[in-house]
Design a protein around this ligand. Structure first.
Ligand SMILES: Cc1cc2nc3c(=O)[nH]c(=O)nc-3n(C[C@H](O)[C@H](O)[C@H](O)COP(=O)(O)OP(=O)(O)OC[C@H]3O[C@@H](n4cnc5c(N)ncnc54)[C@H](O)[C@@H]3O)c2cc1C
Length: 477
């Protein structure tokens, strides 16, 4: 049987694309290499608890789920806002050695903090925000413009610029260079449209957490997809795109089966998808994977985070006044990071969510070189480093735990190799390739990219990308 669409990957973008197409009566086959749904945002067991892998924040929050990117997504996928059971953050902060800025889901809070701590910058900050709000980040363009240039035109204090870049880069800069946007080592840059996407996600709307984790949403979407006649094949890795006469006619799975489809939508990533074509990597300067990857420690606490010194939901920190977001020359970059306390979302029964997560930038090639024993040792050593860095931020992890963890004071610790293994993203690239394909088009007329490498990421962004690409390339026709 020939499907109207074959979708590679049952992460946020693939699930959203599949649900939308099946709802409109299209015959769809959704293929996922792993045994679970959710892609980079799946779930796993840590110290006897099910946790949402990686999840820091469900962004784009609004109190009623109307308007903005979230409202659009809910309408397109017919999801009821109340079914998501989202609870907002209390407050978060950006902490640098000589200054801290707080923010929450009301953009006015950050504005007032900037006005108080950087009075000479507030007019420029207001201009910058206006420019961000006027920017249509969904614009289909291959042009990449510099976020640093746009910020420099409005913010003249380099310290404030670095503080504003810190959360945005941590939650969305793929790193690396490409398509003419040069990022200097000491002044890292990112694409302006991507900057606007992430700024709006965290500063203009806000951060929240789904009460029962991401699994509920993924299973609900998959259930709807199946009820609408869709076919979902888990543990089914696509090994090859089958090309005939310059078109994709189907995909070949690792077990040799072939699935025939009129169109293919891939969330595997830009260079990863081109690698699947029978022609191999795109000979015309295939974009390199993004350089940004992370290590993350997860600690299940026996006490509330607030009792060990972690009062905010998220802390974005830099121990140096100048913030350099780039692949480090060491296994882990200890000068900056993000800490997140899941029990500091305004949830009922926070005691059931006493989980602390900490991420720091990491160097994939260096982790890759380690043999088995050194890899394990490096994880434990990096986890010890993290606990020390937490202490420097005033968070006493040791006081929050009554038992040792598998990795020092942490129960789980993942590296760029873990991300690569579970997501197939080359080099564990957290935010995919720096060269996005905003139209979703590839050199094959019926192969389209969805998700991170189309240019919208994060959970909400990736889902919107899946919906937008199937609307544009299949349903509109
Ligand atoms: C540690 C971590 C923490 C994060 N935290 C947050 C957060 O708090 N909030 C937020 O909004 N975003 C977060 N993100 C980002 C978010 O997870 C991604 O933006 C989002 O998952 C991207 O969705 P996607 O559908 O594009 O791709 P993915 O989630 O990467 O899904 C792609 C899927 O395709 C499958 N696949 C790949 N190749 C093949 C193949 N050949 N055959 C079959 N299947 C294949 C993969 O197994 C995967 O399931 C985080 C990411 C990570 C890694």
């Amino acid at each position: 049987m020939a499907y109207d669409a074959v979708i590679i990957g049952a992460g946020p973008s693939g699930l959203a694309a599949a649900t939308r197409l099946a709802h409109f009566g299209k015959k769809v086959c959704l293929l996922e290499a792993h045994s679970k749904l959710g892609g980079l945002n799946s779930w796993h067991q840590v110290a006897g608890r099910e946790i949402s892998t990686g999840l820091h924040a469900f962004t784009n929050y609004s109190a009623d789920g109307r308007g903005g990117a979230l409202g659009k997504l809910l309408r397109q996928l017919r999801i009821k806002f109340r079914d998501l059971e989202l609870y907002p953050q209390n407050r978060s902060s950006i902490r640098f050695p000589h200054c801290s800025l707080q923010f929450d889901n009301n953009p006015e809070t950050l504005r007032l903090q900037v006005a108080e701590r950087f009075p000479s910058q507030i007019d420029g900050f207001d201009r910058l925000r206006r420019r961000i709000l006027e920017t249509d980040e969904g614009e289909i363009t291959s042009r990449r413009t510099s976020a640093r240039e746009a910020l420099s035109a409005n913010i003249t204090d380099p310290f404030l610029m670095d503080m504003l870049f810190c959360p945005v880069m941590f939650y969305g800069n793929p790193g690396g260079v490409g398509d003419g946007l040069d990022s200097e080592r000491d002044a890292p840059d990112m694409d302006w449209l991507l900057f606007c996407v992430v700024w709006k996600c965290i500063f203009e709307s806000g951060m929240s957490s789904p009460l029962s984790g991401m699994r509920t949403l993924w299973e609900a979407l998959a259930g709807r997809f199946l009820a609408d006649g869709g076919e979902l094949l888990l543990s089914s890795r696509v090994r090859r795109l089958v090309v005939e006469g310059g078109r994709i006619v189907g995909v070949r799975l690792a077990d040799g089966r072939e699935i025939v489809g009129e169109a293919v939508f891939s969330s595997a990533g830009r260079c990863e998808t081109m690698e699947l074509s029978e022609l191999g990597a795109d000979g015309r300067a295939a974009p390199a994977p993004g350089e940004i990857s992370i290590v993350e420690g997860v600690a299940v606490l026996d006490k509330p985070s607030v009792s060990i010194g972690m009062r905010d939901t998220a802390v974005f920190f830099s121990f140096s006044d100048r913030f350099a977001f780039r692949r480090p020359d060491t296994l882990v970059e200890r000068r900056s990071g993000v800490v997140l306390a899941m029990d500091n979302y305004l949830v009922p029964e926070p005691s059931r969510r006493q989980i602390l997560k900490m991420s720091q930038l990491a160097n994939y090639p260096l982790w890759k070189k380690l043999d088995r024993a050194s890899y394990r040792e490096a994880k434990t050593a990096s986890a010890l480093g993290m606990a020390a860095d937490l202490a420097a931020l005033g968070v006493r992890l040791r006081d929050g735990r009554e038992r040792p963890g598998k990795f020092g004071l942490f129960d789980d610790f993942f590296t760029p190799l873990t991300i690569e293994r579970f997501t197939s993203h080359a080099e564990g690239a957290l935010y995919g390739s720096p060269a996005k394909s905003r139209s979703g088009e590839t050199r094959f007329p019926n192969l389209f990219l969805i998700g991170t490498d189309q240019g919208f990421h994060g959970i909400v962004g990736a889902m919107l990308s899946g919906v937008a690409m199937v609307n544009r390339h299949l349903l509109a026709k």
